[in-house]
Design a protein around this ligand. Structure first.
Ligand code: ADP
Ligand code: MG
Length: 256
């Protein structure tokens, strides 16, 4: 069943193998590994992985649970450091950065969208967004970010007063208010119904188009691959395939 889904998603997206991107490289991972020590056991979450991420692309990472998708995303986002290998961002070696530099990198360059939104429950929508805006020198206006996700009229509501889809829209506003170079999304539609999920994908696509952010989406849902310019398939801590999609579909035309 899963294989069937992958095949239809890829053929619908007319993915072509082995084609190079012409955009500038924003990040390069070289032979990056990540191990976790669990008592006596070493878990190899990511094995000798090399990858370019190009400026302004939408990159979708698919693969079964436990295949290393979140580990890869967290390394890209500076939330974690590799056990070995090198990561270059804009030509600078991120894998050598001090904790302080890594914090600055996360603040300045990264917007993160999580499956379960991770909003601060006792702050309003506007306050959640404002907190992120304060982290950068030049942010969007809070109201503009909330307007962008269609939630300006809910700005004084607390997360518990919002639906799942609305909370995810606030979390996207929180990410985009920083005008991030990277918008990193870990299962952003995983907790949402079909229509709401599609509207969230539409917003991610708009952030890419309007702010020029590079968007990386980790997902179980192989249909989402159809909106990507490139699709990475992972298995057991390794990238087993990278596909280039010549004709990404607008999110509203994706079906699953
Ligand atoms: P995915 O996102 O594809 O489901 P993950 O990147 O979360 O996969 O996990 C890859 C492997 O690394 C899994 O075996 C997982 O249990 C393990 N792992 C991830 N994070 C940690 C951690 N903080 N401590 C120990 N093991 C971890
Ligand atoms: Mg994960």
């Amino acid at each position: 069943m899963v294989l069937y889904n992958i095949k239809t998603a890829y053929s619908r997206a007319a993915c072509l193998k082995g084609k190079r991107m012409e955009k500038p490289v924003l990040m390069r991972l070289e032979n990056v590994s990540k191990q976790y020590q669990m008592g006596e056991v070493v878990v190899e979450a990511l094995k000798e992985t090399s990858l370019n991420i190009y400026e302004g692309e939408i990159l979708v990472i698919v693969g079964p649970s436990g295949s290393g998708k979140s580990t890869l995303l967290n390394l890209v986002g500076g939330m974690d450091k590799p056990s070995s290998g090198q990561i270059f961002f804009n030509g600078k070696e991120l894998s050598l950065a001090s904790d302080q530099d890594l914090t600055m990198y996360r603040r300045q360059e990264i917007g993160f969208v999580f499956q379960f939104y991770n909003l601060i429950p006792d702050l309003t929508a506007a306050e959640n967004v404002a907190l992120a805006a304060e982290l950068v020198e030049e942010s969007l206006m809070i109201d503009d970010a909330l307007h962008g996700v269609g939630l300006l009229e809910r700005s004084q509501h607390f997360p518990a007063q919002l639906s799942g889809g609305e909370q995810q829209r606030v979390s996207i506003a929180r990410a985009l208010v920083k005008k991030p170079r990277f918008l990193l999304c870990d299962e952003p539609t995983g907790a949402l119904d079909y229509q709401t999920g599609k509207s969230i994908l539409g917003l991610l696509d708009r952030v890419k188009r309007e702010l020029g952010s590079t968007v990386v989406i980790v997902t179980h849902n192989t249909a989402i691959a159809a909106m990507a310019e490139r699709v990475i398939r992972m298995r057991s801590g390794e990238i087993i395939e990278i596909l280039v999609n010549e004709n990404p579909l607008p999110p509203e035309r994706i079906e699953w």
